[in-house]
Design a protein around this ligand. Structure first.
Ligand SMILES: Cc1cc2nc3c(=O)[nH]c(=O)nc-3n(C[C@H](O)[C@H](O)[C@H](O)COP(=O)(O)OP(=O)(O)OC[C@H]3O[C@@H](n4cnc5c(N)ncnc54)[C@H](O)[C@@H]3O)c2cc1C
Length: 392
């Protein structure tokens, strides 16, 4: 009998993506999956994964070759992120945050800045943290009040940042600070080193999910030289938004990975578990929701890969990336929820993994722009396009 086709769509990957997916697959199987429940339970950053990320060169995938990296196409990074998320959402979030920290330097850093911060990231996995959010500036990034004022031949930076992914394990922060009055054009990016005077990390969040990551605040009353500025004065918000656009493809990958883990577990369970004399998958109440999950997850992966490949081809992903993130995170919500229902009571308790997927998944609808903010970005694009159409 011919084997039946897999229920979840699989991409035909670019050879580079296929090669690195195999690397991620091996690391995920041998190192990340076995520790996923433990680091969640203990809310512990997995220090033991750092040598793995170094030896496999997975931490180098965001960094160009001239700074010791392997700089992969986004398709490959997305494939790796998705595979790692199947095994351990926290580890995939650690990787995604590395990308977020590196990207402003890739976009606008000087050679010296790249050498100084990207080389240790590629070689040793030393994290660079993306520090945009503040207690009163999350969705509205243009509302940042952290200030940078000229002092001598450098800048005095004062303020508070919060919700910083990898914050507890970063030696370097990319801080977005106000240098002018203009809401959008008055923000500039700076590199701030953790061991500088007046740089304090004094709060670690106690999180619902992705508990293997450290999420911290950052208090600043510090001075940096002018060569700590990344790009032009006033160019910070543009850098942040461009970084987040790429980051959203990786959050889509993360959401798809968590959904995949939940779907696979639920499908296996639904075949094995019997009630009323048959496998529960043969009750339509269980089998049909799994069919919906397979369909939606396949569509979500198609969208994510299309966004990544469009980016790799030099295309504009300002619509595709938020769409991929919005869709993947909400599909992931539904897929994990259906998996929990299929597991019955076992979905709700440890050691079964579904309750962890349920908690881990939820952040994908919040960070790097909430679902509402993705809809806002998309509705603005629709408005712009429609106005152009009516003007022509
Ligand atoms: C675990 C974790 C890790 C994070 N990592 C980082 C990081 O590494 N770096 C970083 O800079 N930030 C990070 N963040 C911050 C994250 O991006 C913000 O929490 C997020 O953007 C939402 O901002 P907020 O929490 O201030 O919510 P708010 O902006 O206060 O929003 C509250 C609610 O109002 C809604 N809302 C706001 N404005 C609108 C609107 N115009 N229309 C419709 N609805 C709206 C939002 O969608 C949300 O539901 C992280 C957050 C968490 C929880």
């Amino acid at each position: 009998m011919a084997t039946s086709p897999a229920p979840i769509w699989e991409p035909t990957l670019h050879p580079e993506a296929a090669e690195w997916l195999a690397v991620a697959d091996d690391a995920a199987e041998r190192h990340f999956a076995p520790l996923a429940a433990e680091i969640d339970e203990e809310q512990r950053y997995p220090e033991e994964h750092l040598p793995v990320l170094r030896d496999t060169r997975l931490c180098a995938m965001f960094v160009p070759a001239e700074y010791g990296g392997t700089q992969l196409r986004l398709e490959a990074i997305a494939a790796v992120t998705e595979r790692v998320a199947v095994a351990c959402a926290s580890t995939s979030a650690i990787l995604a945050a590395l990308s977020l920290g590196a990207h402003p330097l890739l976009l606008a850093g000087t050679d010296e800045q790249k050498e100084r911060y990207l080389t240790p990231l590629a070689g040793e996995g030393r994290a660079v943290c993306f520090a945009l959010s503040e207690p009163d500036a999350g969705s509205d990034a243009s509302a940042v009040t952290t200030s940078a004022q000229r002092e001598g031949d450098g800048w005095r930076i004062r303020g508070e940042k919060c919700w910083l992914g990898n914050g507890g394990h970063s030696a370097t922060f990319i801080v977005f600070a106000r240098t002018g009055e203009d809401a959008r054009g008055g923000i500039t990016a700076f590199v701030v080193e953790r061991d500088g005077a007046g740089v304090v990390v004094d709060r670690y969040e106690d999180k619902m999910g992705i508990r293997g990551t450290t999420t911290t605040n950052l208090r600043l009353d510090t001075w940096v030289a002018d060569d700590a500025r990344i790009g032009a004065e006033g160019g910070g918000l543009g850098l942040a938004l461009e970084t987040l656009t790429v980051g959203r493809v990786l959050i889509a990958a993360q959401a798809n990975g968590i959904a995949r883990a939940a779907f696979d577990a639920a499908a296996a369970f639904a075949v094995e578990r019997e009630t009323f004399g048959r496998s529960i998958i043969d009750h339509q109440g269980v089998g049909f929701p799994l069919a919906d999950s397979a369909t939606e997850l396949s569509a979500s992966r198609l969208l994510m890969y299309e966004a990544a490949r469009t980016f790799d081809g030099g295309g504009d992903v300002r619509v595709l990336a938020p769409m991929a993130k919005l869709y993947a995170s909400e599909v992931s919500h539904r897929v994990v929820d259906r998996a929990m229902q299929a597991f019955g009571g076992r979905g709700y308790v440890k050691p079964w993994p579904i309750e962890r997927y349920y908690r881990d998944q939820r952040i994908t609808e919040i960070y790097e722009g909430t679902s509402e903010i993705q809809r806002l970005v998309l509705s603005r694009a629709i408005r712009h396009h429609a106005r152009q159409g009516s003007a022509s």
